[in-house]
Design a protein around this ligand. Structure first.
Ligand code: F6R
Length: 244
């Protein structure tokens, strides 16, 4: 695991975008497969990638993208769906076709079957070349909350009461807030050939220290990334403050 400590969000965005650019260079000939995260952490990197696309002709032609997770009950076009989020914050601003942006279908009649099919679709595309991740303050990655199996596959997960309460502000009615999600598992995520995780702020410091230095355990799901041979962690000084 390589750890880069950066001074601010702009420097972090450069470092993450560099990993994307390197991966695109190395894999474009075979059709790059990107794994994309939502949430606030990757947004500065997405903004930097959009700038490089516009000003430096960084091309995403032929790229397939797979999201980490989606709320159960929300169709891809829903205002709060992660599919919509990634289009608005990244893919619709670069040369990635909408049809090449894949997410678990939150509106699927049989979410468990959809989850299994999602892993199959990732495999069929050749597997993920680069997965970008954020991390929760409790060490979750995607919706793999503490207690998730380190070998887990894409599946239906219940959201914690805390996550449901955090999400309530985005919905008009409390009963509209999703209580379940389809999430790539920790085993699925580790199949990506390269991973870059980014985090900022003191609130992430304990999770980052566990990620890099803690014992591998389902209590801190991100510790499972220690088993992966190609992980780059890009953190600011606050998020790095509890590293030894
Ligand atoms: C996003 C995701 C989540 C976030 C994590 C951090 O697709 O799966 O695990 O990466 O909750 O969220 P932010 O970046 O908003 O702090």
């Amino acid at each position: 695991m390589e750890i880069h400590i950066v001074t601010d969000a702009a420097e972090g965005a450069q470092a993450v975008a560099d990993v994307f650019a390197r991966t695109l260079r190395e894999t474009a000939a075979d059709g790059t497969v990107l794994g994309l995260a939502t949430g606030s952490s990757p947004v500065p990197a997405y903004t930097e990638l959009i700038r490089r696309h516009r000003e430096e002709r960084l091309s995403f032609a032929g790229v397939q993208a797979f999201l980490l997770d989606e709320y159960v009950g929300l169709p891809p076009g829903h205002e709060q769906s992660y599919h919509r989020f990634i289009r608005e914050n990244f893919t619709s601003h670069v040369d990635i076709e909408d049809a090449a942006v894949h997410s678990p279908d939150g509106a699927a009649a049989d979410p468990a079957a959809e989850a299994a099919d999602y892993d199959r679709r990732i495999g069929e595309a050749g597997g993920v070349d680069l997965q970008i991740l954020g991390i929760g303050s409790n060490g979750h990655i995607a919706f793999n909350e503490p207690g998730s199996s380190l070998a887990s596959r894409t599946r239906v997960v219940g959201l914690t009461r805390r996550t449901i309460a955090d999400n309530a502000r985005f919905f008009e009615n409390a009963e509209d807030v999703p209580v379940r999600a389809l999430s790539q598992g920790l085993g699925t995520i580790r199949e990506a050939r390269r991973i870059v995780l980014t985090a900022t702020g003191e609130g992430k410091a304990e999770a980052v220290a566990q990620l890099a230095e803690g014992a591998i355990s389902a209590r801190w799901p991100a510790t499972s990334l220690q088993l992966h041979p190609d992980v780059t962690v890009v953190v600011d000084e606050a998020a790095a403050s509890r590293l030894e």
